[in-house]
Ligand binder design. Structure first.
Ligand code: 13P
Length: 283
């Protein structure tokens, strides 16, 4: 079966994007798998450190591996926003397909040093590394608060130049006005900044914070070279709202019946995103 790098290259050449869907429950995982199978799309299954710890990394790796072989679909696992180096190394050791090192709180020099160290370990096992330049604000939640992005949060083009040259990182997460979560007022994306980053970086460019961004903006960033877009909050919102709705049926006690309905609702949302990113029929 083809690896993640193959699909990222294909997406880059053909100008579409691979969705990363985060999950932490079995019905979310099943929804992602079903959509990948149904729409013939490669998908990246994202787990943050918290999401991975909740389900268990070993369990996650086994479940994804079994599903990948059973359905013959390109499912790839990514550790999202890895900050704890032991956990990142564990993901590499267990067989995640890629790891994202979030070095946004470090100085550029330190970020480069750690990213290089991780790449050395990961590449021996054919695992990709996603680096990050700039700071992506917000949390994957629905919030009535406003969020302010400062100039220093945005990706610096000169930092990218140094970072990609010295690390040879596979993918790069950028901060161009994107935030995690769905906030009262969503910031505007800086497409000019994305163009400038694209000019000096041959890496696979990644957009975090896919939830809440207007469809036309998503299409624009794909045209400008983004090849992977992460979604979490919108999946969490559906999960919570659906579960609440179906639990109101006082006569139903079977978890698999209730959760199957939740799963169906999640699938609809994921399908929407797959069509938006145009990653369907790409196997
Ligand atoms: P959203 O929660 O805004 O979709 O962002 C998810 C994400 O970027 C995970 O890394």
């Amino acid at each position: 079966m083809k690896d993640l790098k193959y699909y990222l290259k294909k997406a880059k050449e053909e100008k579409w994007a691979i969705p990363q869907f985060n999950f932490s429950t079995i019905e979310q995982l099943k929804a992602i798998i079903n959509v990948s199978y149904k729409l013939k799309t490669p998908v990246i299954l994202g787990t943050s450190e918290g999401e991975a710890s909740y389900l268990g990394m070993e369990e996650i790796v086994s479940l994804v591996k079994i599903s990948k072989n059973k359905y013959k679909i390109p499912l790839f696992l990514n550790l999202d926003h890895g900050k704890n180096l032991d956990l990142i190394k564990k993901a590499i050791f267990l067989g995640y397909d890629s790891v994202h090192f979030d070095g946004s709180s470090f100085s550029l020099t330190e970020n480069i040093k750690i990213t290089r160290e991780l790449i050395k370990i990961a590449h021996k096992k054919n695992i990709l590394v996603e680096g990050e330049i700039g700071s992506i604000k917000g949390e994957s939640q629905l919030s009535s608060k406003k969020i302010k992005i400062l100039k220093q949060d945005l990706t610096s083009v000169s930092d990218v130049e140094k970072f990609v040259k010295e690390t040879k990182v596979d993918s790069l997460a950028v901060s161009i006005g994107n935030i995690h979560g769905v906030y009262k007022k969503m910031p505007k994306l800086d497409l000019k900044l994305l163009k400038d980053i694209k000019k000096i970086s041959k890496n696979f460019l990644v957009l975090h914070g896919g939830s809440g961004i207007e469809n036309k903006e998503i299409k624009k960033v794909i045209r400008e070279g983004i090849v992977k877009i992460n979604f979490n909050t919108e999946i969490r919102i559906i999960w919570k709202n659906s579960l609440r709705k179906y639990l109101k049926n006082k006569n139903e006690f079977k978890p698999y019946k209730i959760l199957n309905l939740v799963q169906n609702d999640i699938e609809k949302k994921l399908e929407e995103k797959v069509y938006l990113l145009n990653s369907n029929n790409k196997l």
